[in-house]
Design a protein around this ligand. Structure first.
Ligand SMILES: Nc1ncnc2c1ncn2[C@@H]1O[C@H](COP(=O)(O)OP(=O)(O)OP(=O)(O)O)[C@@H](O)[C@H]1O
Length: 658
């Protein structure tokens, strides 16, 4: 009855409190806007049901504390009355209560962890999708106050927010209800409060020491894998954050490639590593906490069992004051909650601020104007296109131009005249333009001066932004490897955690990808002509391998053929000239309907530049080609030239190249 009454009252009061906070406080509103969608029963009834279950389990904890307090009174009274039957009955009752307590704590732990992990998965997916959708990760830079550290907000703040929301709210409920219950107990307890301790005989001290030492040895053995798991936890979180940072760093190149699919797959794969590790921590912690709790529960009766004989022989005496002392202790603990949780609450508010600032910036970036792009087959043209800078300076005025496959276009003009911005506008990335843009909807490739190389193998880099299937399979193998790492560390602490974690994460990251690539490679098909090139998963293995090798040779990078499946930070290893040639390889493999080359040969000597352009003209005669560049040597590979005059005039001249 106590539970039912307390539960109903708590549910009603909690709902009213959440409503009041959401209505009258800023942080309450922020909390509501981030969480309301998750708890909507129409979307999924389970989150709300789990929350109600957690609330119930929290009240069970308070009730058990009260029962244990009453039990101690009964037990001490039976001792005082020398009622041996009553004493053993109390022991049996305690065994039941202690078992219920241990089970309750373990169930609550599991339910809370599962709840936070699922909530985090949902919130992460929600923010990640919004961040990648419509190239928001790129467009937020055009806001008046661009968002700082979005990676930290997605990776770290989501986790902190979810965890602390639950810990703080349940902490408050527990503290309030306990305070109420134990105040009642103290109130109804008769007799004066005086300090009366139990004198422990010397032998008892040794027993306690022995008990604690033995329990500690076992606890260390059971808990040791947690050291490694927590270390891996930081590591995987950092890896995840790093991938998000790269998305921000290279946002323009990725946006030109429309590479958000590949990036999304990589990010989700890394997040899966974090989550698998989190589950491994949950299961290891259940064992560790189960042991610790059992030990501390046994420690409650341990001294009584030892002392019972001495009491029955009237050597010691006890009274109601024991319960008074306990109730007082609990009350003091509960009242301390608000003082000790203050720091946590401050951190929580900062997290809330960062997360709601993030969602606000995403919403604002959606309000930015977007150029309208029309698709008319492979046609590439702009009509009456006017482009401004964010500060409203005129870059290009009413440009009308059509590019055909047999008449490649070269755009030239002084630095800052708007050449790259014209390409941004055609890609749909530049908000400040008016007019009509006609280009193929897909199968368009933008090559910038510094090509973007994704994390992964050289083959991934060569095929980018086409998505290799390897990313989906890696996490599965990773789960087992992480669990193995944790279990292995139970048998001996690794001396060099960093080296071990590196080798683990390299294994986790590379082996499955390489093996799945090998599987994928076996299913590929031969295609001699670059114009017929299809995404890698449509080809057969040997042929894809051959195709990639052939392309590498064509772009004069044959020396890297043996390293095609090596995972490395290729953006740092390859010289800029090599990266630019790799981008030409990408062009040959994807055979786009239209290609835009922005200073794409700036790091090559004139001989290489000539060879690359000849290769493209020879291999891709149907591709509409637009180049931006300052070099006069580029002219011979193009049929017409657009010169932007710059200096804020917006003027331009279109001329044929003889
Ligand atoms: N995100 C931005 N915010 C504000 N101004 C910008 C932004 N991007 C470009 N601009 C401005 O727009 C103008 C055109 O830039 P753009 O990069 O198109 O020049 P460009 O002709 O390609 O120059 P270069 O030959 O040096 O590469 C420049 O004055 C530049 O400062």
């Amino acid at each position: 009855m106590w539970l039912v009454q307390a539960y109903l009252i708590t549910v009603v009061l909690s709902a009213a409190t959440v409503w009041g906070l959401a209505r009258f406080t800023v942080w309450g509103r922020q909390f509501w806007s981030l969480t309301a969608a998750y708890f909507l029963p129409r979307r999924d009834w389970r989150p709300l049901a789990t929350l109600l279950l957690i609330l119930f389990l929290t009240l069970c904890a308070v009730r058990l504390d009260v029962l244990l307090s009453d039990w101690s009174n009964t037990m001490y009274t039976s001792l005082q009355n020398l009622d041996s039957t009553g004493f053993w009955r109390a022991m049996v009752l305690f065994a039941i209560l202690a078992t219920v307590h241990v089970l309750r704590v373990l169930i609550e732990f599991y339910v809370q962890q599962a709840f936070t992990i699922r909530w985090r998965v949902w919130l992460n997916e929600e923010l990640l999708s919004r961040w990648l959708d419509r190239q928001t990760y790129y467009r937020t830079q055009y806001l008046d106050t661009p968002i700082d550290n979005p990676d930290q907000r997605i990776q770290q703040d989501v986790a902190t927010f979810v965890e602390m929301s639950l810990v703080l709210s349940m902490g408050v409920v527990n503290a309030l209800v306990s305070t109420f219950a134990f105040t009642l107990i103290l109130w109804t307890l008769s007799g004066p409060l005086s300090a009366m301790g139990v004198e422990l005989p010397r032998g008892m001290v040794f027993l306690v020491f022995a008990y604690v030492i033995i329990a500690t040895v076992f606890a260390v053995k059971i808990g040791r894998p947690l050291i490694m798991l927590n270390f891996l936890n930081e590591r995987f979180n950092a890896d995840y954050r790093y991938a998000l940072v790269r998305l921000r760093e290279y946002s323009e190149s990725i946006a030109f490639y429309a590479g958000e699919k590949v990036e999304g797959a990589l990010l989700r794969s890394r997040f899966t590593h974090v989550i698998s590790n989190a589950w491994a921590i949950v299961f290891r912690s259940i064992k560790f906490q189960g042991f610790n709790l059992s030990v501390s529960q046994a420690a409650v009766v341990f001294p009584f069992i030892i002392q019972a004989q001495r009491f029955f022989s009237k050597q010691i005496s006890l009274g109601d004051l024991m319960q008074t002392a306990q109730a007082f202790g609990r009350l003091q603990d509960n009242l301390s909650f608000f003082r000790t949780a203050y720091d946590s609450f401050a951190t929580y508010r900062a997290t809330l601020d960062r997360l709601s600032g993030f969602t606000k910036a995403i919403a604002e970036s959606r309000e930015l104007p977007e150029p309208t792009i029309h698709a008319q087959g492979p046609r590439l043209a702009v009509e009456q296109l006017t482009i401004h800078t964010p500060a409203a300076a005129l870059l290009i005025d009413s440009l009308t131009i059509e590019v055909s496959p047999n008449a490649p276009l070269l755009i030239q003009g002084p630095s800052g005249s708007g050449k790259t911005t014209l390409l941004r506008a055609i890609a749909g990335l530049w908000p400040y333009c008016d007019g009509t843009i006609i280009r193929p909807e897909e199968n368009v490739l933008f090559l910038s001066q510094k090509p973007y190389l994704p994390l992964g193998t050289l083959r991934d880099a060569l095929y980018y932004p086409q998505q290799l299937p390897s990313l989906d399979t890696a996490p599965q193998a990773a789960i087992h490897q992480q669990q193995e790492a944790a279990i292995a560390s139970a048998h001996g602490a690794p001396s060099d955690l960093d080296a071990l974690a590196t080798s683990r994460s390299v294994e986790l990251g590379t082996e499955p990808e390489t093996s799945s690539l090998a599987v994928h490679a076996d299913a590929l098909d031969a295609s001699g002509d670059p114009r017929d090139s299809a995404p890698p998963d449509a080809e057969t293995g040997a042929a894809s391998r051959g195709r990639a090798e052939e392309v590498l040779h064509r772009v004069q990078m044959g020396h890297l053929v043996d390293r095609l499946d090596q995972v490395a930070d290729w953006g740092r290893i390859l010289s800029l000239g090599e990266q630019q040639r790799l981008a030409f390889g990408r062009l040959l493999l994807s055979a786009p309907a239209a290609a835009f080359l922005d200073e794409a040969t700036s790091a090559m000597d004139e001989g290489l530049e000539d060879a690359m352009y000849r290769l493209v003209r020879e291999q891709l005669p149907h591709t509409r080609l637009v180049s931006v560049g300052h070099r006069s040597t580029l002219a011979k590979h193009h049929a017409c030239q657009l010169i932007l005059k710059g200096k804020g005039t917006g003027a331009w001249v279109l001329a044929g190249i003889s």
